[in-house]
Ligand binder design. Structure first.
Ligand code: ZN
Length: 152
């Protein structure tokens, strides 16, 4: 399942990407462009805009009510019974794929503490960010499991 989010949901987009869901943020203020992207790219539109949510065209959409990104994520997981099987595969910053990279290629750029504690790294070739399975990763996995346990 792929998503398109309006720009007020940028934090939610990062969380969805981290959990492996392709999530574009539409910066355009034009509802016409946003809806057209949702339709042509077969993405579910996530928005807090009631006006956009009530658009007459045929496409999948979900109205995000809460202002807290954690609660927003929980609502989307619950609505679509999402399963985060592809965690750690998409760059949370820019929505491009992550690729494994050997530590010796990036060691000089990493803090010593990270080098001492982690061995598996990934890189986003689009924005250049490095990622490793640190405490944030563990917390996110735990949260995803808790959300999935709430399904019927
Ligand atoms: Zn990136």
């Amino acid at each position: 399942m792929k998503f398109i989010l309006t720009s007020e949901l940028n934090k939610l987009a990062k969380k969805l990407r981290f959990l492996g869901f392709n999530s574009t943020v539409c910066r355009s203020l034009s509802s016409h462009i946003t809806v057209r992207l949702a339709i042509t790219e077969e993405r579910v539109l996530l928005t807090r805009s009631v006006k956009l949510f009530k658009d007459k065209r045929q496409f999948k959409r979900f109205l995000v009510v809460d202002s807290d990104p954690i609660k927003q994520l929980e609502a989307v997981f619950k609505e679509y019974k999402l399963c985060s099987e592809n965690i750690f595969t998409i760059c949370p910053e820019c929505n491009h794929n992550l690729h494994p990279i050997t530590v010796d290629k990036i060691a000089i750029e990493l803090p010593p503490k990270v080098l001492a504690n982690y061995s598996e790294f990934k890189v986003c070739r689009n924005c250049g960010h490095y990622y490793w399975k640190g405490t944030h990763y563990d917390r996110t996995i735990e949260h995803a499991q808790q959300m999935m346990e709430l399904y019927d």
